[in-house]
Design a binder for this molecule. Sequence first.
Ligand code: GAR
Length: 195
Amino acid sequence: MEKKRKIGVLGSGSGSNMQALLDAIEVGELAAEIVLVMSDNPDGYILERARQAGIPAEVIDCAGYQSKFPDHCQERVGKRLQEAGAEFVCLAGFMRLVKQPLLDVYGGKILNIHPSLLPHFPGLEAWRQAIDAGVAESGCTVHYVDAGMDTGPVIVQRQVPVLQGDTAETLHERIQEQEHIAYPEALKLVFAQSP
Ligand code: GAR
C-alpha cells in the first residue's frame, strides 16, 4: 500500500482548496493525511471544515498584526507543524508572506496555490488583476514557496479562459474549479518526486 504523506495546511478563508485535498484523500486519489490545519483568521471557515473532518484546527496568533507574519509567529507555526508530524505544508488561501523562519524548517516542502498563471498577476486578488488587464486567459498555479511573493518554481498550472461578460467574481469561481483539480494533482507529482 502507498504510504500516506502527512500534510499541514495553512489558510485564511473558506478553505475550499483544503476541502478539495480532503475529498481527493477520501476517494483514494491522494495518499495523504491532513494532520493539522492552522488559520490566522479565527473566523475562517477553513477551521470549521477541519473540525468537521476531525482534524486538529488551530488559530495562528499573529501578535495583532493585520498582514505581517512576525518571525516569532512563524517559528511557532513551524514548531506546531513539526509536532503534528507534517512532512509537507500546503498554503491554501493563506494571505501572509511566509519567510525564513518557516522556510528554515520546511524549505522545499511548502506549496502554495495562486489564482493566476504565474509569473502574471502575483499578489492580491489576482482574478481581479486579470479582468482589469483585459487578458484573454488566466488560470491557477501550484508552486513551491520561496522567500519571494508568489515566485517559487511552478509545479502545475491550469488555464482558464476569460469569457465575455466575466466579472472578477465569475472568473474567480471558474479559476477555483480548476484550483481544486490542480492542488491534488500537484501534490501527487511532489510525492512521486520525494520518496
Ligand atoms: C484561492 O483562490 C487561492 O488561490 C487564493 O485564495 C483563494 C482561497 O480560497 N490565494 C491567494 O490569492 C494567495 N495569493 P479557499 O480558502 O476557498 O481555498
